[in-house]
Design a binder for this molecule. Structure first.
Ligand SMILES: [Zn+2]
Length: 470
């Protein structure tokens, strides 16, 4: 989190604020029209000074609605309540503490003072509390404001849903609202990804590690609160490879029941393939990208190959036990990896590709579509982006030459050097070489000179299914 920023968001927020935003930010929640509602500010402003407000309400209509509550005198009344109502005071203190912890992750000094609105006690700014609530914070004041001011936009439509994809490496959230015209893609209200490595060691031990589980459940709870705050009536949580293979997957399922209020869906490799294909190909323009399609989804624990003759229609699929985390854990001991380690890794990839070649008509595919953080991050590097911008990456072509060049460069770097690249998501730097080798070897083996890189994938497929979009 914290490295992604779309160019169009910069324009929108500049307009909303009526000035240049003075700290770098990411969008954590959007309104019905898709414009930014809440942004998350970087810990330091443009001049390098600490910036106390992590979550900032930017939608002008929301700002106005909350200002009205403030001018009705509610700040004083809420502070009176803090003094007289012990349970409320405890919940408020908890919100301040959680907010300060959140900021302290980037700026350790903030632990002492970085509560909601830059204070550690009482209520100072209702906008800050509401923004924290919308960002998934457990905030009694923010939740109370939501009841008073929502809906912010009268045309707000019903039918919002959320999908959470729990992979081996990362946990991802998507909250969407259907459009009046079902042919158009739903409006995205939130999209987020955090690498928690739930699958760490599952390959060796067959079990989810307790620390990895705790990290992941913390994010899951936060995502579910955010989805509910954005009005999602249903929260669907799907788990793929790592959870599927773990003996103690019931521990994770229990957390899903509590936070999402739904049953964990453990998705088979085959279903995973179909959903990836739907998310990656829906709405593809056949003129630059003729069918049939090969969709490659490089995950942490497995890689899916899917072939289909039309968008959304997967016809052949294969799930291989080849993933960036799994391959790294098996073959890489040195930093940077040695030539011998890379050679062993390449051999394992080759074996999996033999299997794919034997089972799938890959030669029939006219367009090769790549999804997953491995592919999008390689493209971000190939394009020389100064920051991770999904708009600049989605459905652009990555040539084989560029993919190979970037892979070679990454393989020569240390984990720390890769992690320091501005487009690298925290936690991806040490496993991306293995993922990149899967991608380049697929291109070489099957003769693809370029691949269409897609930001939409299984997560979108899960949400489309909830909305009955096929
Ligand atoms: Zn708005």
């Amino acid at each position: 989190m914290g490295t992604e920023l779309r160019s169009s968001d910069l324009v929108a927020v500049r307009e909303q604020l009526g000035r240049e935003p003075n700290t770098p930010f990411t969008v954590v929640a959007r309104c019905t029209g898709g414009h930014p509602l809440v942004i998350r500010n970087a810990p330091l402003d443009a001049d390098g000074a600490p910036f106390p407000t992590t979550y900032w309400l930017t939608c002008p209509a929301a700002v106005k609605a909350v200002s009205r509550v403030e001018s009705d005198g509610w700040i004083a009344r809420l502070n009176d309540r803090e003094a007289t109502d012990a349970a409320f005071a405890r919940a408020l203190a908890g919100a301040h503490r959680a907010y300060a912890e959140d900021r302290a992750a980037d700026l350790p000094d903030a632990r002492g003072w970085g509560g909601v609105g830059g204070t550690r006690r009482s209520v100072k700014c209702l906008h800050a509390h509401y923004a924290f609530h919308l960002a998934g914070g457990d905030d009694p004041v923010g939740a109370w404001i939501a009841e008073r001011v929502e809906p912010i936009h009268p045309e707000q439509r019903a039918g919002r849903v959320a999908a959470i994809d729990q992979g081996t490496n990362s946990i991802r959230l998507l909250v969407v609202e259907p459009r009046a015209d079902p042919e158009r893609d739903p409006t995205e209200l939130a999209r987020d990804m955090i690498i928690t490595r739930l699958g760490q060691g599952v390959d060796r031990s067959g079990r989810i590690d307790p620390d990895a589980l705790e990290r992941t459940v913390g994010v899951l709870a936060r995502y579910c609160r955010r989805a509910s705050a954005l009005g999602a009536g249903r929260i669907r949580v799907a788990a793929t490879s790592a959870v599927r293979d773990a003996a103690n997957r019931e521990d994770f399922a229990a957390a899903v029941r509590i936070h999402a209020g739904s049953e964990l869906e453990v998705i088979s490799g085959k279903r995973e393939a179909g959903l990836s294909f739907l998310g990656a190909t829906r709405g593809l323009d056949p003129s630059p990208a003729p069918s049939p399609y090969l969709v490659l989804d490089i995950g942490g624990g497995s890689t899916e190959f899917v072939i289909g003759s039309a968008p959304g229609r997967a016809e052949h699929a294969l799930s291989t036990q080849m993933g960036s985390v799994r391959l790294t854990e098996r073959f890489v001991r040195s930093d940077p990896p040695t030539r011998e380690e890379l050679a062993a890794l390449a051999l394992a990839v080759d074996d999996a590709l033999d299997q794919a070649e034997a089972h799938l008509p890959i030669g029939d595919a006219h367009t090769f579509v790549s999804v997953s953080g491995t592919a999008t991050t390689l493209q971000a590097i190939a394009l020389g982006l100064p920051r991770y911008d999904p708009e600049a990456i989605h459905r652009t072509w990555l040539t084989r030459t560029d993919a190979e060049r970037v892979t070679d460069d990454l393989a020569r770097m240390t984990d720390a050097e890769r992690a320091a690249l501005p487009v690298m998501a925290p936690g991806r730097g040490d496993v991306i070489v293995a993922g990149a080798m899967v991608l380049t070897n697929v291109m070489r083996r099957f003769g693809f000179e370029r691949t269409l890189v897609s930001e939409t994938d299984i997560l979108d497929g899960l949400a489309f299914e909830l909305l009955d979009i096929r």
